[in-house]
Design a protein around this ligand. Structure first.
Ligand code: ATP
Length: 364
């Protein structure tokens, strides 16, 4: 598919209220040209409402939507010319795959020859060239989703909007289509805005993720940045599993600080340190801890006892009771796990200062 690359989108101070209920509260987001942005949040966090405001199906209560700097807030959806793959935005069952994909081109009154060439290119793009004559019911769920993608891309839209496009598929197929969607995005270089409540999907697909809760933007950033440096407890929790360590700031030094909880001291790396004596919360990912051998040291270490464990295929998850922090969850990969886990086994856990990340406690 040729033509211009992606367009830049800006969402400025967007709010949407339904009566006294606020579905979206003062959200600002910039999506760069050719970027893949995912809106991620629990059910009811306002993701779809934001996407519908971008698409033009929902009118914002306040704020503006801009495309390449141009205010399109009042533009009707059909004049925005965005590609869309929504849940329930189904294929036409009585039309063949090729007719489905050609539909947006018919609406735009393209001639037959041009239509045919573009349909062929779009079906190539989603690797369904051989399926043009089939009806949707003769395709698998994953193939139908790919036809929907081809139909959304065939008219070379300025922006592609995706609302949980893979959520109806089983886990394995979803993972395959995620890879395809990512590759497709790379290939065509257009701007994608995706909505999901699946954190793995958000992390693996996106250039940038915006995390929403109760209609508010909580944090945005590159996937690794969000996972490694969550700003709040909610973000740490929503993007995978984490342990939370409560303590009092006991020492402050260049590049970090130490907290104390009972007789345990934990050091953390941080650009800005909170005041001595303040209460802080640290997030510590289960895979950031390692078992320490006899005599081995680490920036942080605790001794604990395995309360329970489970086998995960790729590794083990252990629940380890440690003094002062309760139970910590730790994951070990099976190939280098130096132990066979069993309940009651005592072990030492170590982790780096950089692995314990101070987070704002925004738990309700
Ligand atoms: P999900 O993942 O379940 O689709 P979401 O994050 O996409 O959730 P939205 O669909 O944007 O959430 O809804 C945000 C909030 O706004 C919800 O509490 C919803 O009930 C409410 N809401 C959405 N549309 C309307 C409407 N037309 N009238 C009243 N309330 C609405």
């Amino acid at each position: 598919m040729s033509g211009a690359t992606g367009h830049a989108l800006a969402i400025e101070r967007l709010s949407k209220r339904y009566g006294s209920f606020t579905a979206v509260a003062d959200v600002s987001l910039a999506v760069g040209q050719g970027e893949f942005l995912t809106l991620l949040g629990p059910s009811g966090s306002g993701k779809t409402t934001i996407l519908m405001c971008i698409a033009g199906f929902v009118a914002p209560s306040e704020g503006a939507i801009r495309l390449d700097g141009r205010d399109i807030t009042a533009l009707p959806p059909e004049r925005r010319d965005f590609g869309m793959v929504f849940q329930g935005y189904a294929l036409f069952p009585h039309m063949t795959v090729a007719e489905n994909v050609a539909f947006p081109l018919r609406v735009r009154k393209l001639g037959a020859a041009e239509r045919e060439a573009k349909v062929r290119a779009a079906l190539d793009l989603v690797q369904l060239s051989a399926f043009g004559d089939r009806l949707p019911r003769q395709l698998s769920g994953g193939q139908q989703q790919r036809v929907a993608l081809a139909r959304a891309l065939v008219f070379e839209p300025a922006l592609l909007l995706l609302d949980e496009p893979l959520s109806a598929l089983d886990k394995k197929l979803r993972a395959e289509l995620q890879d395809e969607l990512k590759a497709l995005h790379r290939r065509i270089g257009r701007t994608f805005v995706n909505v999901t409540h699946d954190q793995e999907e958000a992390l693996s697909l996106s250039d940038r993720v915006a995390i929403l809760n109760h209609g508010k933007l909580i944090q945005q950033g590159a996937p690794a940045e969000l996972y490694e440096r969550p700003a709040t407890r909610f973000v740490a929790d929503f993007l995978g599993k984490s342990n939370f360590l409560h303590g009092t700031v006991r020492e402050v030094f260049a590049g970090g600080f130490a907290i104390g909880a009972g007789s345990t001291r934990v050091v953390t790396a941080a650009a800005d340190s909170p005041p001595l004596g303040s209460q802080v919360l640290l997030s510590l990912r289960p895979e950031k801890m390692a078992l320490l051998a006899e005599g081995e040291t680490a920036e942080n270490s605790v001794t604990g006892i395995i309360e329970s464990w489970s086998y995960l295929g790729a590794g083990y998850a252990l629940n380890v009771a440690v003094p002062d922090f309760g139970t910590l969850r730790i994951t070990l990969s099976t190939w280098n796990a130096p132990i066979a886990p069993r309940e009651g086994l005592a072990l030492r856990l170590g982790w780096s200062a950089a692995a314990s990340v101070p987070v704002l406690d925004d738990a309700p």
